[in-house]
Design a protein around this ligand. Structure first.
Ligand SMILES: Nc1ncnc2c1ncn2[C@@H]1O[C@H](COP(=O)(O)OP(=O)(O)OP(=O)(O)O)[C@@H](O)[C@H]1O
Length: 487
């Protein structure tokens, strides 16, 4: 066995987060680590990679007991954590970042040409097109992740820790990434694969370890494991149903967008959103999905086109104006979207209400707090208290606060950009129920998603965006063509 973590315990401020956890990894194995948001997955791999120590327990690597005091020590021992681009240097080029730990030199000077050639050759081997001389800050999120992956591949590491690796990748990149992982395994290297995506566990991984509330629930081979069984092991709920029954939309047009353009990103976009509808929008990275949502929300100033709310033309000056007109927005990137990491959960949930207080609008704070409590129960937030600082919540729970904030805000039109990214199956089902209830109450929801199952599970209509234009409008019976339409 390559790695054994035995009886690992860890508490934060007296709260036990890992309880006697065991995790084992073989050579040449892709091993999934799964569990609900807050189950303890990140905490476990953070202990392995030297971010912080365990309170007790033993880690054995290659037959020798180890305890790393820093990520640097773990890296030196061959444990490589592939972060979502956070450890790349934005002002350096792709090639420089790939060879950061061993810059190639010629006559004592850094040999940029050679590095770029090697980086190019590496991307060619991966079947991926990327300009090696480009600076990281000019790249999209998915391109950055592919650079991190190439860097991992070229390292000498034997164990890779991947946390939701495919979450930001487009379909074509996913294919390359999967090939890449299989190649690493063929070389005898091993991967710890954290994900909420059950399909990825079953199709890619050899074994899976399931954690629930900081405890081991199961370790098993994925070979004979069914989707339902794995859902049950993760959630503890035998009858978990991800998507609620769809509700019928009303005939009333809530929002009408006509000939909207934002050059050079969006061209002549027209569509209608009906009361009671969850309208899907999908497209590849760079197709203009997020720009479209931000333009509707008044964050980007359109060049031309018209927006009508309940038949009345509307010129939204900015996001505050949009909120005042009943729009709510959940951004795909919670760190950019105004989560206040030093503030408590309740304060973050009611942040739009706090804005009102600043503007002198009187609010019934007691009622506000009651709504927060209801909402956090409904979203099943895993936290110590409503006052716990957001930065101590697990990633998925932070995302739930973002969604909860928008749901609490009494908006009549919700613009949700990848709202369930990084969210576990139970919380997703809870968010879907809330979305459905809002639609049933006559609100309109625009759901931007790259997850075809999610779109099919929730929407009656999906618009396909390609190069800033709507290229198709698919009805439910045509959803099987969704993936083809994106190619
Ligand atoms: N530094 C910290 N201080 C206090 N509590 C923490 C800290 N780090 C993690 N926690 C808590 O430990 C628990 C486990 O969190 P962890 O991030 O390991 O979960 P996870 O399984 O990775 O979740 P996710 O799928 O949402 O990323 C959570 O309740 C979280 O709030």
């Amino acid at each position: 066995m390559l790695l054994a973590m035995n009886h690992i315990n860890k508490s934060f401020s007296g709260n036990p987060v890992l309880k006697n956890v065991v995790f084992e990894l073989e050579n040449a194995e892709i091993h999934a680590l799964v569990g609900l948001n807050g189950a303890g997955k990140s905490t476990l791999v953070n202990i392995l990679s030297g971010v912080f120590p365990a309170d007790s327990g033993i880690i054995i690597l290659d037959g020798r007991r180890i305890a790393f005091e820093s990520p640097r020590e773990a890296l030196a021992a061959g444990i490589f954590t592939v972060y979502q681009a956070t450890n790349l240097l934005p002002d350096l080029t792709v090639a420089e970042n790939i060879f950061l730990n061993g810059m190639q030199k010629k006559h004592g000077l850094i040999d940029h040409k050679k590095m770029e050639e090697d980086a190019r050759a590496q991307f060619e081997r991966m079947g991926y097109k990327l300009e090696a001389a480009k600076k990281i800050k000019e790249l999209s999120i998915s391109e950055r992740y592919m650079v991190s992956t190439a860097r991992a591949y070229l390292s000498n590491a034997r164990i890779f820790i991947l946390d939701e690796p495919m979450i930001n990748l487009a379909a074509a990149e996913k294919e390359i990434f999967v090939r890449f992982m299989k190649e690493m395994r063929a070389q005898g290297r091993s991967i710890i694969y954290i994900t909420h995506n059950i399909g990825e566990v079953l199709s890619l991984c050899d074994r899976v370890t399931v954690l629930r509330d900081g405890k081991n629930v199961a370790v098993c081979s994925t070979e004979s494991l069914s989707e339902n069984r794995l859902s049950y092991l993760i959630s503890g709920n035998e009858s978990l149903r991800l998507y609620p029954p769809k509700t019928a939309r009303e005939d009333k047009i809530l929002l009408e967008i006509s000939h909207l353009s934002l050059e050079p990103v969006l061209h002549d976009i027209s569509f209608r959103l009906y009361a009671g509808e969850i309208l899907g929008i999908t497209g590849l990275t760079g197709s203009g999905r997020t720009a479209l949502i931000k333009t509707i929300f008044g964050e980007f100033e359109k060049d031309s086109g018209c927006l009508k709310l309940r038949g009345e033309e509307l010129e939204l000056k900015n996001a505050t104006d949009a909120v005042n007109h009943g729009f709510g927005y959940v951004n795909e990137n919670r760190m950019d979207a105004g989560l206040f990491l030093d503030m408590g959960v309740a304060a973050n949930l009611t942040i739009s209400a706090l804005e009102d207080i600043r503007r002198g609008i009187f609010l019934d704070l007691r009622q506000e707090m009651e709504e927060v409590v209801d909402q956090s129960i409904e979203l099943n937030l895993k936290m110590d208290s409503l006052h716990q600082e957001i930065r101590f919540l697990s990633g998925g729970n932070q995302q739930k606060v973002m969604v909860g904030r928008s749901l609490i805000s009494n908006a009549s039109i919700l613009l949700l950009d990848e709202p369930t990214k990084g969210i576990d199956i139970v919380s997703r089902s809870e968010i879907y129920i809330v979305m459905n209830e809002l639609a049933a109450a006559g609100k309109g929801i625009i759901l931007v998603s790259a997850d075809m199952d999610e779109l099919a599970g929730l929407c009656d209509r999906v618009l396909v965006l390609k190069n800033g234009r709507i290229t198709a409008e698919l009805q439910e019976k045509e959803f099987s063509c969704l993936a083809d339409m994106l190619a």
